[in-house]
Write a protein that binds this ligand. Sequence first.
Ligand code: SF4
Length: 588
Amino acid sequence: MRFQQQAMITSGSGSELDRVVIVDGYVDEPTNLGVPPYVSPYPRYIAGAIWTQSSRTEVLYQTIDDVRRHADPQSQWSNADLILLIAGMIVPGKYLGGTPISVKEAKRFFSDSRLEDIPKILVGPWARFGCGIEGGRLALSSDVLVPPFDYIATGDPEVVTARIMVEDGDVSSVDFSSTRETLEEVEEYAKRGARILTQHPGYSSGHMICEIETYRGCPRYITGGCSFCTEPLYGEPKQRTASDVAKEIEALHEQRVRAFRIGNQADLFTYGSKEIGEEEFPTPYPDAIEELFSKVRRAAPELQVLHIDNVNPGTIARHPQESKEVSKSIIKHHTSGDVAAFGVESVDPEVIRRNNLKATEDQVIEAIRLLNEVGSHRPDWGLPHLLPGINLLYGLPGESKQTLEHNYAFLERLVEESLIVRRINIRQVIGFSGTRLGDMKASKVKRHDFFQHKKQVRETIDVSMIKRVAPSGTVIHSVFMEQKEGNNFLLRPLGTYPLLCFMPGGLDPRTFIDVFVVDHGPRSLTVLPYPLKVKEVSLAQWKSIPGIGAKRAARMRTVKSFANLAQIEMNLETQLPSWFTRTLRFED
Ligand code: SF4
């Protein structure tokens, strides 16, 4: 049966495959995010691998949300020669921009009888590490997806795809565990695959940000890395050159991509370090970061967003001087509102010891202080340049009720010291086979205690922090309306850890708009359009301004027009704060 299928594919396509379908079920790995508006490198590299081998092969790229919207997606796939599903939640969270594929969906969508004769291959983190479903549970073996999938590609998706293309679609000759021998291998794919983005649902609106890889693997693989993490499984990190990264960005920029996150690596501060492969905490090499960011800027002169992601706080604490230089270089070239995500995981000494975590509480505090010193300044009324973010992870071996107390006391310390972190991410770990976590005893913390702890952080620490990050009057540029909830709009800017903005109903913001902050929730902001055209302010918008209330807001709506601030204040019988009055515009 398999032989006939392969014969059909080969003879049907001459020496090449005619049509390949790539379904993006989305990924969220420790160093790689691919849930919209983020696009991970996977679909870009895979499409590039196809077009490098055969420029005439037609590639249909769909996200899982496209698939769900389609009444009969299989009808579009039934004349394909090959179907690839990219999937993999390794660090699952909640997403506003899209919903990752579930195992049930992967079975349902790909089990259709019309697809029976088409080789279907599962690629990405689910294939490599197993299917992570939710935090606090062990990952399922990817075998649960065979069938409907015929092959599980435990190797690198773009390398496996390139091999299939070279073999003219004869999948029986392909080693599905093939991995990159060098990083140069992907460079051609990275450039050629850029045009797949024209098929992404965010392409026409520009609501899209590309995750960019600079290196793979974690320098801490030397000591095994953190117990739960899949990154050390890649072995010694392999780095791309700054010129290659810039060439990829140039190709993406030519396709009108304007937002980039240099986020696909374990620790950006160690990019280019000569000690990678020798030291667990390599000394940062500021010249390499300067070269990388200046080349990226030159490659994408019209970029609107240039952000970063993971930084190891242990690197900063051990190498403060070099880390300061690196931060300055990033700030020189990036766009503000940037976040360096610190994978703290836990500050409980027992949990740190048992899981080989990267930094003690004091080291993390030192790293936050340093980054606040260099990065917390802001452009006029804008967001701070570069803030740390904190990732906490629960369910780790050695964890006890005291862990919750340790972590909470650490967060209180940040508030008391007037430090700023952009956000505190609280997640539950997934056990993947191959990591040491799989063999270790689980946490003793009860579910109820975990959720209470999370609630406490949200209600106390988060509120103080968000007011520091975006005080009233802060202007946030180019936010995009992602959803409408009742009479409210939900908007976010493109970027790393974008702030969630609620805007009370008024004129429909169909595209990107500028807003300013009027109020704060624990993890979100209430915003109004910036500048605020007095004539267009709705009742709900007047009401959202602290201190105005329902009665005064109603009074504002009865007046046809205001010529100046004095008239508004007279009508409200109150003086408005200067952060608010500076946003008002009276002209038509
Ligand atoms: S420092 Fe730990 S969590 Fe971060 S990439 Fe390395 S092993 Fe993974």
